[in-house]
Design a protein. Structure first.
Length: 668
């Protein structure tokens, strides 16, 4: 009681020395403490203290001095818990499970917005839907406030941006139903629903959303980058380099598009391209300059602490590890710089100097994500998942970018191996996103499993809805709502083993070998083979980690694979297959090891002979980290099915038991 008799200024100083939980407990003691512990200056001081250590201000909240006191209090408590994790030694930590939900559809894309709204795209062979989960209503076993809508095709890529107090989604559907759908989540008659703002048929593979501009990489089956303005319903051309797009390094889809100082930036696997915006009768983007880079597999825009507002930064995954790329305006030009900030671990082999075994030569880091603040990154480490590890497992890592002014390139990290927890199967071609300020991580995989983890608490606590209600859309109401019942997919059904004649006639196999391509030698038109082999349909469905999937994710050729001709090599060991994706012909040769080759689009150049003419050139991978995903998926799936080092289970069978239809996966 003596403490309560002190004046308010002294009580405030005392509160500054107490943990947040204790401050909130004090207000229950008396009216004096209730008043003092709600003083705005107290919480302003506390949040400044957190932000000067390892705390991050959520970018979607604006400046903290403009927030209400109640929001400041929630934010301080939240940030203080997560900041403590960064101040500990870099030992693995176990997050609390905020939410776990098993769906009957494979998750293909997800995005966490404003720390509260989780958008999830999921699909199978017969339906595709977009869902939104309100995390402020979550418990470990249930979720309220779920909103669903159905789409005419699978979501392959997507971007989300908060615009004028509303959430805008640009979803790129798979090439088999190519379109970009611009959606928003808004209230109609008091209920949250998905509404369509615009649609662009024929365009897909979304790489950028910036205001009204959507950067796309596919147009009418061709890998042609372009810009779609969803407000004016206009497509803008991107004028390529003088030698065009039909060269091996530019035949594939890029990694990223972004805008910077009136320029358009396109990042490919081995180059960064800069384009000027030209306003004439119509807007176009004209090539300016090109920077050759070391091999880049994944890249995200970032904003290290202390950066100049005129400088553009990217965080990239290369063969060396995590690298920081900088573009800085100079005297009439742009300066490029790339530096390694975290070296990837080497493969663990039996004896130093021994060659890495076949099947082990893949990157150890993959799955790069950068949070909304741009100052923290998330990725997966496979250093402890090689064939030599007795207990192979993956590690989910988070790292803080070093300040640009410090000269220190050390990256501060926290990580988890989910030890003693139920395995979220991040090896299952996972889609991952995170809120780098609040410490919330969302994981969805191809088995339809959805997990949300809380790294800011020792026990599951609902993250408070700190931002405004982003479903309260300003302006005239929208009435174009998306369907609440499944739509027929714009896709032919995938065949299964021992197809009937009716199934065969309706499958994509019926379109094999129809192009009458000009080949040389003992080539035969491709047809459905009821056997195991590279010309079997089961290798080309585009399901997780098959050849069709690899052409999309490893080599940058998204689309439906249609085999045209096949031939066995002279010794009967290898096989060569010519196939088409969109308007591009490629060749798979399997003698010794698999290689993909591609042709020019000039019809006069298309003639394949055994000596491989110059027009048929080797197509190098654009995303080496996708090989890691492919290898780990196959390994861990086999380990689980065989009970090798982990409980025996079959997650595809579990999905099937939930009423799911695994795409292209035959269930016995």
């Amino acid at each position: 009681m003596a403490l309560a008799q002190l004046n308010n200024d002294i009580l405030l100083l005392v509160c500054l020395e107490l943990p947040v939980d204790t401050i909130q407990t004090l207000r229950q003691v008396s009216r004096v403490f209730s008043v003092v512990t709600r003083v705005r200056s107290l919480w302003i001081t506390l949040i400044r203290r957190v932000l000067t250590t390892n705390g991050l201000m959520p970018s979607y909240l604006g400046h903290y001095e403009e927030l209400e006191t109640s929001v400041l209090e929630l934010l301080v408590r939240r940030l203080e818990h997560f900041t403590e994790k960064w101040e500990r030694d870099p030992t693995p930590i176990s997050p609390a499970t905020l939410f776990n939900y098993n769906t009957s559809l494979s998750v293909t894309w997800l995005k966490l917005v404003a720390g509260n709204w989780l958008f999830v795209a999921s699909s199978d062979e017969t339906e595709s839907k977009i869902s939104c989960y309100d995390l402020s209503t979550a418990t470990p076993d249930s979720m309220n406030g779920i909103v669903h809508a159905y789409l005419p095709g699978r979501v392959r890529t997507g971007r989300v941006e908060v615009q004028d107090g509303s959430m805008v989604l640009a979803l790129g559907l798979g090439p088999e139903s190519a379109a970009v759908h611009i959606l928003t989540l808004c209230k109609v008659s008091g209920q949250n629903v998905f509404c369509e703002l615009a649609r662009c048929e024929g365009s897909t593979y979304v790489l950028m959303l910036s205001g009204s501009l959507v950067g796309c990489a596919l147009r009418n089956g061709s890998n042609v980058p372009h810009i779609y303005d969803w407000k004016s319903r206009t497509i803008y051309d991107i004028i390529p380099q003088p030698d065009g797009l039909d060269v091996p390094s530019r035949r594939t889809v890029p990694h990223l598009m972004t805008k910077w100082q009136g320029k358009l930036i396109i990042i490919r696997s081995s180059a960064i391209e800069l384009y000027d915006t030209v306003y004439a009768q119509t807007t176009t983007f004209v090539f300016n300059t090109n920077f050759d880079t070391p091999s880049i597999s994944e890249v995200e825009r970032c904003a290290p602490p202390g950066r100049s507002p005129d400088t553009l930064h990217f965080l990239a995954l290369s063969s060396r590890g995590l690298e920081l790329i900088t573009l800085e305006p100079g005297a009439g030009q742009v300066d490029y710089h790339q530096s390694l900030i975290l070296e990837a671990p080497f493969h663990r082999i039996l004896n130093p100097g021994d060659p890495v075994p076949v099947g082990e030569d893949y990157p150890m880091f993959y799955g790069l994500r950068v949070g909304d603040s741009g100052q923290r990154a998330l990725w997966i480490s496979a250093a402890e998942a090689t064939i030599y590890c007795k207990n192979p497992h993956l590690r989910l890592c988070q790292g803080a970018l070093p300040p640009t002014f410090s000269g220190d390139t050390t990256m501060q990290q926290i990580s988890t191996t989910f030890a003693g927890m139920e395995d979220p199967a991040i090896w299952g071609v996972a889609s991952i996103d995170f809120d780098d300020a609040l410490g919330v991580v969302a994981i969805g995989n191809c088995f339809g499993e959805l997990w949300v983890y809380d790294f800011g608490s020792e026990r599951p606590i609902r993250p408070p809805r700190l931002s405004i209600d982003l479903t309260e859309r300003a302006g005239p109401p929208i009435t174009t709502t998306f369907p609440l019942e499944p739509l027929p997919l714009n896709k032919l059904p995938a065949p299964h083993y021992r197809m009937s004649d009716i199934e065969l006639a309706s499958s994509r196999v019926s379109r094999w070998g129809k192009d009458n391509i000009n080949t040389f030698g003992q080539w035969k038109p491709a047809k459905y083979a009821r056997r195991y082999g590279f010309s079997s349909q089961d290798f080309w469905e585009g399901v997780p980690c098959d050849f069709g999937w690899a052409l999309d994710h490893v080599y940058g050729f998204p689309g439906e694979v249609l085999l045209q001709s096949t031939i066995y090599t002279w010794d009967g060991i290898g096989e060569e297959i010519i196939f088409r994706i969109g308007d591009r012909y490629l060749l798979l040769t399997t003698e010794k090891e698999e290689h993909f080759l591609s042709w020019s689009l000039n019809p006069g150049d298309f003639l394949y002979q055994p000596n491989h003419p110059q027009s048929c050139v080797l197509q190098l991978p654009t995303c080496e980290t996708a090989r890691t995903i492919q290898m780990l998926y196959q390994r861990f799936l086999a380990h689980e099915r065989g009970g090798k080092g982990r409980p025996e289970r079959d997650r595809w069978a579990e999905l099937n038991s939930r009423g799911g239809k695994p795409p292209g996966i035959v269930m016995y």
